[in-house]
Design a protein around this ligand. Sequence first.
Ligand SMILES: NC(=O)c1ccc[n+]([C@@H]2O[C@H](COP(=O)([O-])OP(=O)(O)OC[C@H]3O[C@@H](n4cnc5c(N)ncnc54)[C@H](OP(=O)(O)O)[C@@H]3O)[C@@H](O)[C@H]2O)c1
Length: 304
Amino acid sequence: MKTITLGNIGNNVPIIVIGCMRMTELDEKQAEQFVAEALEMGANYFDHADIYGRGICEQMFAKAIHMTPSVREKIFIQDKCGIVIGKKYDLSKDYILKCVDESLKRLNTDYLDMFLLHRPDALMEPEEIAEAFDILETSGRVRNFGVSNMRPSQIELLKKYVRQPLKVNQLQLSIMNASMVTNGMNANMSGQLALDRDGDVLNYCRLNDITIQAWSPFQSEQGVFLKNKNFPKLNTKIIEIAEKYQVSDTTIALAWIMRIPAKVQPVIGSMNIQRVKDCINAAKIRLTRDEWYQIYLAAGYMLP
Ligand SMILES: NC(=O)c1ccc[n+]([C@@H]2O[C@H](COP(=O)([O-])OP(=O)(O)OC[C@H]3O[C@@H](n4cnc5c(N)ncnc54)[C@H](OP(=O)(O)O)[C@@H]3O)[C@@H](O)[C@H]2O)c1
């Protein structure tokens, strides 16, 4: 498994992260087998959030992996909090501390390797977040910190108070959800693609050594875009390139994301071990410039 250095300091971790949001689709036995096979392939970085399955995904995972101190040492656990489903966002100090403790209990561990703020909370006070991070770090409950779905200015605001480096920004990114890529290429133009909705987050993260984790790498607004009849040109192009490399369409779709020179780390959600294998294979392929642009154009984007 190819590795990546998170935020350019410390932690050498797998380039592919296993997202655990959909773990409740498996029964206990299947989850045990899935986790064991993922580990065998070197996929030992797992992404959680307190809300996945309303806490059940964390519990299922701990059971499936047979969490013991020796197992714990061999894996990298990332967790998030801040979303109170259907009610509010909450990044207050007390809420963060409470959530981390509850997640640790469900995961049957004493520490998280990485903790992310799940979404910006309009009422967040960066001073309070800084206090929470200090408590979590000094007590040994969290080893590394990051954010998710945040713009550069929100990260800058946090950085004014937070001492720890923010090593990760987890963002939605797929061929069909690529505004952080398209707006850069349409700079200075008048069309929709020129709209910068993210504050040029792609270049900001590169400049500041923040690893971009791509969540939902196979999703579009109309579900998974692969083998989806709503995206005929895109699928024809992906299959043509997949045949050339003798790999699956899944591999090529992920290789497209990984060719973006920001060292993007995909967070995949598949609970199908063959697809996980296909995703890991993507790290072995470097698409040519022509192939990358052919896929870009087949997705319906225009070059200005
Ligand atoms: N930070 C955030 O706000 C945020 C938001 C959402 C998700 N996440 C994280 O990101 C992870 C991934 O999200 P996601 O599950 O939406 O991502 P995804 O990898 O784009 O989607 C996976 C889903 O697509 C299905 N699928 C169907 N055909 C596929 C194909 N050819 N290749 C790959 N998948 C295919 C999978 O089914 P099979 O299981 O049958 O393969 C699975 O249900 C989550 O687990 C979570 O950890 C973070």
